[in-house]
Design a protein. Structure first.
Length: 206
């Protein structure tokens, strides 16, 4: 499983560009990938997106950085060397669609599956299974289980701001490990105890 996080210049893969990519192989978490790139010519930029990822316009247009094609090629090489190619993360369809659009833009071979493992769904199911009521946005009548609430639930700090793609992948991978196996995954989080709720039955056996 490849835990992927992408920071971008906006929210629409056909209009906006990747600006950084972070990933790790869940089964071999020491295998990690990080790359920054400049936006492709003509890419749209949302100031709100830059506020989230902390990049400036100068940084995302820096000609010394890799192109989005180069970072896509390097990520795909990393991904193909993983034991399992399923993509996972927090809202991984966003990351998958950006990477797929980047690959198709340059006629790169895209062979990663459309199926993803969504941290929100995994956490929602864990809560229901353990008798915990998932939070609901009463105004919009939909799930309010965002990233911050998931991290609180699994016992680790919220992802630092501004967001960094590799840290985003690490936070998501640690949360998945605790939800699926009741175990710490990465050394960055070893000082944060796994909640007792997760330490039951076969969850300890991975």
């Amino acid at each position: 499983m490849i835990v992927l996080d992408i920071e971008a210049s906006g929210t629409e893969p056909h209009l906006h560009s990747m600006v950084s990519v972070g990933a790790l192989e869940f089964e071999k978490p020491e295998r990690q990938f990080y790359g920054e790139c400049r936006i492709f010519p003509g890419a749209h930029v949302m100031e709100e997106a830059l506020a989230v990822n902390g990049f400036t316009r100068e940084e995302i247009e820096d000609p010394k950085k890799m192109t989005d094609r180069e970072v896509a090629e390097k990520f795909l090489t990393f991904a193909m060397e993983a034991g399992e190619h399923t993509l996972a993360g927090q809202n991984p369809s966003f990351d998958r669609d950006f990477m797929r659009q980047g690959a198709l833009r340059y006629h790169l071979n895209w062979s990663l599956t459309h199926r993803t493992i969504d941290l929100h769904s995994v956490c929602y199911a864990h809560m229901v299974t353990h008798g915990v009521l998932p939070p609901v946005d009463q105004e919009h009548r939909r799930s309010a289980l965002n990233s911050a609430k998931i991290m609180t639930y699994v016992g680790i700090p919220e992802e630092p701001k501004p967001h960094n793609a590799l840290m985003g992948a690490k936070v998501a991978a640690e949360a998945l490990s605790r939800l699926l196996y009741g175990k710490n995954l990465l050394p960055e989080f070893v000082s944060f105890s796994v909640p007792n709720l997760f330490l039951t039955g076969s969850a300890n056996n991975r």
